[in-house]
Design a protein around this ligand. Structure first.
Ligand code: ZN
Length: 230
């Protein structure tokens, strides 16, 4: 939309016009594509829901994508605040509408990876909590009844790349994907991450997230990495 028309329609912003403004293909109008990270390692566009704790994480090597297997982003954060969570949590959780919540700065660890390992062709890593930024996406995965209750999209019927039966997986809305992509691009640029990978890549025996409904290859390409996990 040309700027003069946008100015003319400015009083009507908020409804359909707001959605046009957020068209992801019009890069000059999409604030998500210019996501800013502050000098103290917070995402400027995120809502802060601080979870104290973690250890210093001076070097960040990877972004790890997860799904929450649950309801809303806030409900996951609420659970992370309880003793039952036993220290589990992530740096960021992104809601289905693309709202980003940040719980911990990117220079401290968060308990998102658990027992995990990764070999990048040069070096092996174990226990990726010490060097990875955890990004959770509010998504039911293949967990009923959350899938039926919280998703407005038809589920994807697919088999996980690590095997198992055909299952229904909650689809990821475009707004949520775009927020994730914009954040990952900003993190890769700022911290020179070596890769963006899935929890199911670093803990294949235990974990199925983000699973077949998440376009990991699309995200990796957008971040400047090869589409396929090698
Ligand atoms: Zn996970």
């Amino acid at each position: 939309m040309p700027p003069f028309l946008r100015n003319l329609l400015a009083p009507f912003r908020g409804g359909w016009l707001n959605r046009i403004d957020r068209d992801p293909w019009q890069t000059d109008m999409n604030p998500l594509l210019s996501m800013e990270l502050t000098s103290d390692h917070w995402c400027a566009e995120a809502i802060r829901e601080v979870l104290p704790g973690g250890r210093e994480m001076p070097v960040r090597r990877f972004g790890v994508i997860h799904f929450t297997a649950g309801a809303t982003a806030r409900s996951s954060i609420g659970f992370w605040r309880t003793p039952e969570a036993k220290g589990a949590g992530a740096h960021v959780v992104i809601d289905r509408d693309g709202t980003i919540y940040q719980c911990r700065p990117f220079d401290r660890t968060a308990g998102h990876a658990g027992v995990s390992k990764w070999h990048d062709g040069r070096k092996s890593y174990e226990g990726l909590n010490s060097c990875a930024i955890g990004i959770e996406l509010a998504n039911a995965g293949n967990s009923y009844p959350a899938l039926k209750r919280f998703s407005e999209l038809p589920p994807l019927l697919a088999r996980h790349k690590h095997g198992g039966p055909l299952r229904e997986w909650e689809a990821f809305p475009e707004a949520q994907y775009h927020a994730c992509e914009a954040l990952c691009r900003a993190l890769v640029a700022r911290y020179h991450l070596d890769n963006v990978i899935g929890h199911d890549d670093i803990a294949p025996q235990r974990k199925s997230d983000p699973g077949p409904a998440f376009p990991m290859g699309r995200l990796r390409l957008a971040c400047g990495f090869p589409e396929a996990i090698s």
